[in-house]
Design a protein around this ligand. Structure first.
Ligand code: UDX
Length: 456
């Protein structure tokens, strides 16, 4: 099937590569010339496990262009995957609307299209986009034939490819029956799992065929916000419990394991720690509250999830202050800058907030990350930070080490060696990555999040 994808960010590029590998005929459009020249040179602009490898295999079948006219007229499906950043407490849909206008301006009058919105958008946007398209058609003096559908994306950074090939579900929200049929055909290889799994992405054992959930457009838009908000509040809930564990001498990892075994609760997204960041939960929970406010509706649970999440970041700094008495002049090593492992994404990353706060307290900050240093350097431009090239440099004569991103490579470090390199071997484990007893045996004063510490 001929597919045009507008936007080559995390969602657009992953979708382009996956659909191309399923033998669809993909043209991807982006206005960012820098991104396009990287893509033309065969390089993916983002760090996402397996993406470069799969891109190498299919890139000659994907066309990249800055011109919608090269992509849209011949397409059957047009996917909009542009950003909807937060602006004044609301998701800003201007790029989505602009993309819809540009698409409608070049649609062929006699062809039938499905226009699907992958971007996360406020409730009512799909129906509004359908009207925008109609308006452009009437200005062009044509009838046109475009069925608009919401097709929300559940991409999890670091796991984008497994999530795309083996999703839990595919959601289509539309008023147009033919859009359901077209998108069912587009996703058929995934819905029926008829493709040969790429070598690096074997089909998970026990994976079941994913259902296609069809709804009206508003419900699909709401479903996306509800999914992200629920996951955010699940994490905030366990973080709230973690705080109480610290007060009463319980261990949150044991509590999480015990409650997660209840199939009604489930074990995932119960890792207590520094809290959530990234491009979705902070933005989507704020946008949902913005939508609620417009309807004069209170959402105290969502509000509380955000409050707890901010508190997690503050508590890390408070734990450092308690242990070191003052932060002024102390050297703090930050392990991890990305908002989660396996990505170079630093949007709303807890590390950035914590670093800014530490610098305000006049601490000397050193930071390390396997892939996100360049992005962090850019975001923290002007802040006096030393970016360490390895963990040895990070720990040399440091007063504390703060684990912020749970990269695998941090798990396997020789803590005994690191503790000896430090001025005071203090380890604040913001992700409960280490075993408290092992860290203590290695010579660290260990402080986790909601852990029961039996001092040795
Ligand atoms: C999320 C959703 O998972 C995805 O479906 C949606 O489309 C976009 O938002 P993403 O932001 O990439 O994806 O990451 P996710 O893996 O959900 O993690 C978000 C944050 O929560 C990270 O900062 C992570 O470290 C944190 N987290 C996650 C926890 O603190 N504890 C957990 O148990 C799980």
């Amino acid at each position: 099937m001929k597919v045009a994808i507008i936007g080559t960010g995390y969602v657009g590029l992953t979708t382009a590569v996956v659909l191309a590998s399923l033998n669809h005929d993909v043209v991807a459009v982006d206005k960012d010339e820098g991104k396009l020249s990287l893509l033309h040179a065969g390089k993916t602009p983002i760090h996402e496990p397996g993406l470069q490898n799969l891109f190498d295999k299919v890139r000659h079948t994907i066309r990249f262009t800055s011109d919608v006219d090269e992509a849209v007229p011949e397409a059957k499906v047009i996917l909009i995957a542009v950003g909807t950043p937060l602006k004044n407490g609301e998701a800003d849909t201007q790029h989505v609307k602009q993309a819809a206008i540009e698409v409608a301006q070049v649609c062929h009058p006699d062809r039938r299209y499905t226009l699907a919105l992958k971007s996360t958008v406020p409730i009512g946007t799909n129906r509004h986009v359908a009207k925008i398209v109609e308006k452009v058609f009437s200005a062009r003096g044509i009838r046109g034939n475009v069925s608009v559908a919401s097709n929300p994306e559940f991409l999890q950074e670091g796991l984008a490819l497994p999530g795309a090939f083996y999703p839990d579900r595919i959601v289509v929200g539309t008023d147009c029956e033919d859009a359901v049929d077209t998108l069912r055909r587009l996703y058929r290889p995934i819905l029926e799992q008829t493709f040969e799994p790429p070598s690096l992405l074997p089909r998970p054992v026990g994976y079941h065929l994913p259902p296609m959930v069809t709804t009206d457009p508003n419900s699909a838009e709401m479903l996306k916000y509800a999914a992200n908000t629920f996951l955010a509040l699940k994490i905030s809930f366990i973080n709230e419990i973690a705080g109480l564990c610290e007060k009463v001498g319980a261990d949150v990892t044991e509590v999480a394991q015990g409650i997660g075994l209840d199939s009604r609760i489930g074990p995932r997204f119960l890792n207590a720690g520094i809290g959530w960041g990234g491009s979705c939960y902070p933005k989507d929970t704020a946008a949902l509250l913005g939508i609620a406010a417009q309807s004069e509706y209170m959402m105290p649970i969502t509000e509380a999830a955000r409050t707890v999440n901010s508190r997690q970041r503050e508590q890390i700094v408070e734990k450092l202050q308690d242990a070191l008495k003052t932060l002024r002049g102390k050297t703090i090593g930050i392990l991890g800058l990305a908002f989660k492992p396996n990505t170079d994404d630093i949007r709303e990353a807890p590390a950035l907030d914590i670093i800014r706060r530490l610098i305000k307290e006049e601490a000397n900050v050193r930071a390390h990350d396997p892939v996100a240093v360049e992005n962090a350097r850019h975001a923290l431009n002007g802040f006096p930070i030393v970016f360490a090239s390895d963990v040895c440099e990070l720990t040399h004569n440091a007063d504390a080490l703060v684990l912020i991103t749970d990269w695998d490579e941090y798990q396997n470090m020789d803590l005994g060696v690191l503790a000896k390199r430090m001025n005071t071997p203090l380890l604040i484990d913001g992700r409960n990555l280490y075993d408290p007893q092992e860290a203590q045996a290695a010579g660290f004063h260990y402080i986790g999040v909601g852990r029961r510490i039996e001092r040795t």
